[in-house]
Design a protein around this ligand. Sequence first.
Ligand code: ATP
Length: 514
Amino acid sequence: MAKQEDVFKKVISHAKEYGFIFSSSEIYDGLSAVYDYGQNGTELKNNIKKYWWMSMVQLHRNIVGIDASILMHPTTWEASGHVKAFSDPLIDNKDSKKRFRADVLIEEYCARLEEKAQKEIGKAKKRLGKAFDKKRFETTHPKVLEYRGKQQSILSRMAQSLEKENLEDIKKLIEELGIADPDTGSKNWTEVRQFNLMFGTKLGASTENATEIYLRPETAQGIFVNFPNVQKTSRQRLPFGIAQIGKAFRNEIVARQFIFRMREFEQMEMQFFVPPGTELMFYEEWKEKRMKWHLALGLGKENYKFHDHEKLAHYANAATDIEFRFPFGFKELEGIHSRTDFDLSAHEKFSGKKLQYFDPERNENYVPYVVETSIGLDRMFLALFSHCLKEETLEDQSVRTVLSLPPALAPFKAAILPLVKKDGLPEYAEGIVNELKYDFPMYYEEKDAIGKRYRRQDAIGTPLCITVDHNSLKDHTVTLRDRDTMKQERVKTENLRKIIDEKVNFRTLLSKIE
Ligand code: ATP
């Protein structure tokens, strides 16, 4: 089994074993691509939300936050284009009865061609050592040119056929390339069909009068339709933003990557409304700001990259993804899009209401342009969780599992551990918890040997452990153990609040992005 797969399996089992993520309705064997967050997962998720919300709303005077409903008037989705075009091309394998996204099968074929190209590059690098000129090799080596050329022609044919809704050609392409079901090797495919990803439901008491509505597939539209309400009541002037965190629902065709692709998930989106003609400047600004937000978490610059879209969605005039190195490779974590005036203009047309802004400097009314930043909360969770989960071999050759989360995001900030369950140590320890619980989420535990308790805290990412022993009662000092260095030091009980705060506060994190 590939090592990457092992790492990913470990991530999934650790998430379950330590109360971060469970399958939804697990006692009924779960519901495909739907997950529940457990006691520790919920805290971590709330802290990610807080980091995002503070960075957007609290640190920007010109960004305000809202919380729109999941159910919206059905015309919303006609105006936004989702009823017509929010679909993926699917194909079934007649033998295995498995369903795939036709475009993903083709993209994966191209990814394998790229792997071959990378192999050639790697071989040459090894052979030539310092004399290796990567750029020259890539532009002249016949095999690399062949693999890359083939990729390009396949992807552009696919893009053209999808654009023209020529699904027959997509099937033809799959057959020509000899693409097989990755699990069974069968090439017995059905026709390709478009499948709308929106979940429909009914609003109303009786079946005859019920209206067909949708669970929102993105949170953005709740912001667009509220633009005039928020602009007027907040008295904001352009440029200004509206931020929102909320659930979105997509009936994904293939959802086999844990919380990377879910059917019910959460988005953190911010729509920044700007005067026409300035959108590309703000787009660049937000690209930079969002990357800084990620880098401040300290997961390593080499694990992020921008992937600019060559083929733009009909509403965008620039778009990029921030990709992260997940255990299964670089994949989209966040999207940044310059969405022009597409959404507001469409809602104007469908609703018959003006969604314009009077610009006192230009002395004119216009429909604002929009730059959007959109990140999946669950994907962000997975990025953090999978990167921070480590197995370390210690000096005595024992292995410890540690979740080295950024301290501000850890579910618990400190654990208070009385060395023994007697002699007044629990009472002293509880006194500390009662003092600090108003400022920090604290963990209290008195069962098992202290080493075992430290390991349990390492596994859920608690940055500090505070051990109370017999000396604590005499001199009011405790042992402070650091999760990452495992160093222990003696500190005064009265200094604990200050020490913990310095380690875990959001200020340290947020000041890195300013
Ligand atoms: P993908 O190409 O992976 O399907 P997308 O381009 O459709 O994603 P957007 O519509 O741009 O995604 O949504 C913005 C963000 O929402 C994504 O960057 C991702 O983090 C998150 N997201 C989208 N779909 C899902 C999903 N099914 N499960 C979890 N997160 C998702």
